[in-house]
Design a protein around this ligand. Sequence first.
Ligand SMILES: *[C@@H]1O[C@H](CO)[C@@H](O)[C@H](O)[C@H]1NC(C)=O
Ligand SMILES: *[C@@H]1O[C@H](CO)[C@@H](O)[C@H](O)[C@H]1NC(C)=O
Length: 389
Amino acid sequence: MRGLVVLVTLACFATAQHQALIDYLERRLLTIEDRISLWHEQTARYASELRELKKQMVSHLENLDKEKESLRMNLDTVGTRVDRVERELDYLETQNGAQPCVDVDDKLIEQQVTLVKEKQQSKYLKLTDCSDMISSIKAMKILKRVGGPKGMWTKDTSRPSGKVYIFNGTSEDTIKEFASVQEFSRSLGLSQSTALKLPSTWSGTGHVVYNGYVYYIDQPEEVMVVKYDTRNNSVTDRAVFPVQDHVPVYSLNPETVMDLAVDEEGLWAIYATKQNERHISLAKMDANSLDIEQMWDTNCPRENAEAAFVICGTLYVVYNTKQPGRSRVQCVFDVNEMVTSEDAPLVYFPKRYGSHSSLKYNPKEQLLYAWDDGYQILYKLLMKKKLEI
Ligand SMILES: *[C@@H]1O[C@H](CO)[C@@H](O)[C@H](O)[C@H]1NC(C)=O
Ligand SMILES: *[C@@H]1O[C@H](CO)[C@@H](O)[C@H](O)[C@H]1NC(C)=O
């Protein structure tokens, strides 16, 4: 009997405990349910807030885009205006360049003419029939951008075929040929050209193409001019340039040790040596034999020179600064002594990209073929007679 009582008590106790546990669990479940519904509510609110925020962001972004666009348009107009002002400045500078005051009577001019003629005859007989000098740069045309920052391009300066040659970079053994300036201009790049592989490496940007021959500078140890026939791809002649201790001729283009040029009278070499290292020297070469006919030390400094060219026996040296600015002809040297730096006009180039790595004169067209930071540019020159200063 006693045992039964104990058993019943125990069972009651167990039931009560069980009930308490169930109650506890129910309470817990209720709170969890409450919290779950709270979370649901909060999540829904957050989601709608997020949607709202997103909407606001999108409209802000749209506004920003619109503002950016109008800013860009404003900048474009400012850019064009700056360009125009710069062109006007270019024009004014070429107009007001160091023009000498000329006020001499006819007799004096006559005297000077005869004097000049005498000088000319005694100095350099061959150059008597060419008397043009630069007056200004009349126009420019940007044709293309192919290749690297440095290089040179030119048209064959006297062959009627008018083929165009591209020397990309400053040291290679291949050049690119196009049938004409139009073809080059229409091409999609250098891949559409004919590649001519030369028998040795050319160095710098001092090469010319003249009468179907490429005259290129090769400098294994000494500075050598190689004459290469483009019609049958063979070397016609090569000659070591007969001076020692070459230094790069233009301080702003140190890859170019010697620069060849063609003018109305033929082939020239522009160079510099240690013996006269502050100034540029000039030599007239025979384009057939590569002989040197005559040499001159000019008064044109190498410092800050970037390129040069020869027109009618007058060397024009173009200067710039290390931080590329406006290129300008600031020193001239006339082998006939008809033009001096003082009475030559200060010719400014229109400012474009960087500085020129080469300027090649074409006497037939009176054009300069320029390479400016990978752009191929043509400058049309306006000429006048040397005696009309
Ligand atoms: C041109 O020369 C530059 C180096 O100056 C080189 O990086 C580039 O690949 C060359 N382009 C072509 C088409 O040969
Ligand atoms: C290449 O052609 C020129 C004339 O066109 C000729 O004088 C020369 O001998 C030729 N060279 C070779 C290697 O055929």
